[in-house]
Design a protein around this ligand. Structure first.
Ligand code: GTP
Ligand code: MG
Length: 245
């Protein structure tokens, strides 16, 4: 997939401040420092488009980037980072959960997992949370340049084994390295398939059945039904049917 232009749109502190819903969006979520912003830059083909830092918890807002004037990449704050005042952390976490649950033009979530680590409870919980909310997502194991191929393969196999029982059909699994470019074309392929499908995109959503028991997101927030946003009273199913593109 060719990207003719990549521009930063805006940073939003919460769902109400997000830009219009006219373009399909693909969002990056995962633990702080897993490589979300780096992967965004790799896919966009622009160094330093999203800001990268070795300090965990660096991305603090919902950042929107428009590609080829037709679709967006969305860089989200990570989870699992407890620094900062409790109030700020919970505000950001609530904003991320609201974005994921109520953004009608969100086509696919890229859940990033560090390929150098054995399965982490927070990441496993987050898989459950995404599936429990029927969100279309794929799993991307990051930083494959850092470990030996054997370690990466063992960590991916262990993670897959932990989640296998939760799904009739597993979410698609990818590997990437923002350092070497590994995985770029495969991930752009996922996006291209969905963008090209246009309004029929709902049929491409990866199945998430059987529905696992609902758990609170790893960042442990409570979002009361009907209190998320005045803009989002409809269910995801209704919204999918009404996608604007
Ligand atoms: N070796 C290697 N380092 C990476 C890779 N991806 C990211 N990094 C490094 O990991 C650190 C964190 O990268 P970011 O892209 O800022 O991570 P993030 O998930 O956006 O982090 P937060 O915004 O804090 O949640 C930086 O020092 C990156 O250079 C990768 O594929 N390989
Ligand atoms: Mg970041």
């Amino acid at each position: 997939m060719n990207i003719s232009s990549a521009i930063f749109d805006c940073s939003a502190p919460d769902l109400t401040a997000c830009p219009d819903e006219s373009l399909p969006e693909f969002a990056f979520i995962g633990r702080s420092n897993v490589g979300k912003s780096s992967l965004l830059n790799l896919l966009a083909g622009v160094e330093r488009l999203a800001r990268v830092s070795p300090t965990p918890g660096f991305t603090k807002l919902i950042n929107f980037f428009t590609m080829s004037k037709t679709w967006r990449l969305v860089d989200l704050p990570g989870y699992g980072y407890a620094e900062g005042s409790r109030k700020h952390v919970s505000q950001f976490n609530r904003a991320v959960a609201n974005y994921l649950k109520h953004r009608p033009n969100l086509c696919c979530v890229f859940l990033l997992i560090d390929s150098g680590l054995a399965p982490q409870p927070l990441d496993l919980e987050f898989v459950q949370w995404l599936a429990g909310h029927a969100l279309p997502f794929v799993i991307v194991f990051t930083k494959t340049d850092r470990g030996t191929p054997e370690t990466v393969a063992a960590n991916i196999a262990a993670f897959t084994a932990r989640i296998a029982g939760w799904f009739e059909q597993l979410p698609e699994i990818f590997q990437c390295s923002s350092a070497t470019g590994h995985g770029r074309s495969e991930l752009l392929g996922v996006i291209g398939k969905i963008v090209d499908a246009g309004p029929a995109v709902a049929e491409l959503a990866p199945p998430a059945a059987p529905r696992p028991p609902e758990v609170e997101p790893p960042f442990r927030i409570q979002v009361r039904a009907g209190n998320a946003s005045a803009k989002t009273p409809q269910t995801r199913k209704q919204l999918k049917a009404a996608r604007p593109w």
